[in-house]
Design a protein around this ligand. Structure first.
Ligand code: ZN
Length: 256
């Protein structure tokens, strides 16, 4: 094979290759277009995967930054009910919903003024990383009589006071002896009503001028209430603490 023939063959081959290239061009274009479509397809698939698994942990990018806020807003609204004054109501009696701040047991009645004092003390607690639960506020005379009945039953003394079960606040003869019996045993309970001529101490709770509170350390709570009463947190409250009594199982405050 001489050089010329070799060149001819080379160009012939090249021509054939070019022809093949141009013949193959439409196929290449279609392939490239398909490749682009395939490249874009996974994004669509991924998006649909994320959308399908939104309830799980698939949303790791932007949604995660606001998801906790959504969750806490939902839990505040759904599982942490509040009084009309905005004080958290305990979901489990005597247990704070949060480690910081004030909450109140569901059965407690708070007047607007008591609630304002409770909220002010709540601000103090938040500033001191502490918690407390309000376990008693304004009581009715009937509620106070119920407490006397409970304390008598707890001590197994029902037989001594046969009239007590059907006692009424107005008929003091039905409960006075039971109340005096408890007082002699230093049970902290006040009379449901004043009794003419008798040394009967009625409760400041009846007048909406007292609250009972608890925390994990009642002596510490007593100290905090004393500190709070002198602090800026108490300054704008409508009632001020006039007495703090460490009772068995709670700290009682009188307000005026
Ligand atoms: Zn009390």
């Amino acid at each position: 094979m001489d050089t010329t023939q070799h060149k001819k063959t080379f160009y012939q081959n090249l021509f054939l290759k070019k022809r093949f290239f141009f013949a193959a061009l439409p196929i290449l274009i279609v392939t490239a277009t398909l490749a682009l479509e395939i490249n874009s397809t996974p994004e669509v698939l991924n998006t649909s995967l994320i959308n399908n698994s939104t309830a799980g942990d698939a949303e790791r990018t932007a949604p995660e930054t606001y998801a906790p806020f959504v969750a806490s807003a939902v839990s505040m609204a759904d599982s942490v009910p509040q009084t009309k004054d905005g004080i958290a109501i305990t979901t489990r009696r005597d247990a704070p919903n949060q480690e910081i701040g004030i909450s109140v047991n569901s059965e407690v009645t708070l007047t607007d003024q008591l609630a304002a004092v409770g909220k002010a003390f709540g601000k103090y607690l938040e500033a001191h990383d502490a918690w407390a639960v309000i376990t008693s506020g304004k009581r009715t005379s009937e509620g106070q009589l119920d407490i006397i009945k409970e304390r008598i039953v707890e001590r197994g003394a029902e037989a001594k006071f046969p009239n007590l079960e059907d006692a009424s606040v107005a008929d003091w003869k039905t409960w006075l002896k039971a109340w005096q019996w408890l007082r002699r045993r230093h049970v902290p309970v006040n009379a449901p009503a004043a009794v003419p001529g008798a040394d009967v101490r009625t409760s400041m709770h009846l007048e909406g001028r007292a609250m009972d509170l608890i925390s994990d350390n009642l002596d510490h709570l007593r100290g905090m209430l004393a500190d709070f009463s002198r602090s800026k947190f108490a300054r704008n409250a409508p009632l001020h603490i006039t007495a703090i009594v460490r009772e068995p199982g709670c700290v009682h405050i009188n307000l005026a």
